[in-house]
Design a protein around this ligand. Structure first.
Ligand code: BTN
Length: 329
């Protein structure tokens, strides 16, 4: 039944009305089967409107992810990657973590049309809904251990900035370590987030599960659930972006960045990262794991991706922490 629901969603994706009778004929099932499948939509957070005499429709047109379309959009390079789109999953990171530990191939991508329990950094939730954001995870196996991967999340941020530029968004900024922000109406709004989970030895081989959530066209309902200012691609572009094409662009940029990171780590990305630093030379608070908060000016990023802050006690480097801006500085 889950499959029938997604087949129905493919028809409803155009945002127009479709009658139950037509869909029943199309799939060669009874109208009750259509009704039953549609009744399951709410379980995965999808609202389908039904109007007597007209049929069923979604609130707005959506573009569903499809692995074949992504692969084709990547051209020849498509065959280098193992791309899988799931209709619905709790978390693409959790799914990929599980299969990665039993030998899932390098350069795999797991994307979801619906993610029901998306994980954010620091134990937060990542909110998303059908067609409103890209939610996917990328598996990259490194020959060096997790100890050599500091700065990886910052390099991934650079890949996302490059991908956004390819679709004509050049106003994106980076918040250390790796949020993608847009400065809009005097506020930094989050466009995308990155959650990296590592597997393997500190100095042997390792695997990175690189989870990305990127807002495409978030509804008011979704926006209200997000605990910080947020924006989406729809707000930034006059034309609608095809999500499969955009996925293809991101995968290519990510792979390029990860291949260079494999040999040279973060260093070659440092200057580029700094050029997009949202809080460069600004007064910030950095909250550390022990709940201690340090105040100072964000002045630099080290070759390993640590944030360098000028404090009353001199410059200090931080490998982790939660940054917030204190003033326009
Ligand atoms: C953050 O900014 O807190 C990181 C958000 C990362 C969300 C993505 S969505 C796809 C992948 N699967 C998850 O469960 N989380 C990441």
């Amino acid at each position: 039944m889950a499959n029938l629901l997604f087949e129905i969603l493919e028809i409803l994706a155009d945002g127009k009305f479709h009658s139950g009778e037509m869909m029943a004929k199309h799939f060669n099932v009874s109208r009750v089967s259509i009704w039953n499948a549609i009744a399951k939509a709410e379980d995965v957070g999808v609202k389908i409107f039904s109007v007597r005499g007209k049929g069923y429709k979604l609130q707005q047109p959506i573009s569903l992810l499809n692995e074949k379309i992504i692969q084709n959009a990547m051209g020849e390079e498509g065959s280098w990657f193992n791309i899988k789109v799931l209709d619905s999953v709790e978390s693409t990171n959790s799914y990929l973590s599980k299969v990665a530990s039993s030998g899932y191939p390098h350069a795999s991508v797991i994307a979801a049309n619906i993610q029901t329990q998306g994980k954010g950094r620091r134990g937060r939730q990542w909110q998303s809904a059908l067609g409103e954001s890209l939610t996917f995870s990328f598996l990259w196996r490194f020959t060096h251990g997790a100890a050599g991967l500091s700065g990886l999340s910052l390099a991934v941020g650079v890949a996302l900035i490059r991908a956004l530029k390819k679709i004509n968004i050049s106003t994106a900024l980076l918040k250390w370590p790796n949020d993608i922000l847009i400065f809009d109406e005097g506020v930094h709004k989050k466009l995308a987030g990155i959650l990296i989970e590592l597997q393997g030895d500190t100095d042997g081989q390792s695997a990175a599960i690189i989870g990305i959530g990127l807002n495409l066209n978030i509804s008011k309902t979704q926006l209200e659930k997000i605990d910080q200012p947020a924006t989406d691609i729809h707000n930034l572009l006059s034309e609608t972006i095809d999500s499969n094409f955009f996925m293809a662009v991101i995968i290519k940029e990510l792979a390029q960045v990860l291949a260079l990171f494999e040999t040279e780590q973060f260093k070659p990305f440092r200057d580029e990262w700094l050029s997009y630093h949202a809080f460069q030379d600004k007064l910030i608070n950095i909250m550390l794991g022990n709940s201690q908060t340090i105040t100072g000016k964000a002045i630099d990023i080290s070759d390993t991706g640590a944030l360098v802050v000028s404090t009353n006690e001199g410059p200090k480097s931080f490998a982790s922490g939660e940054v917030s801006i204190r003033s326009a500085g």
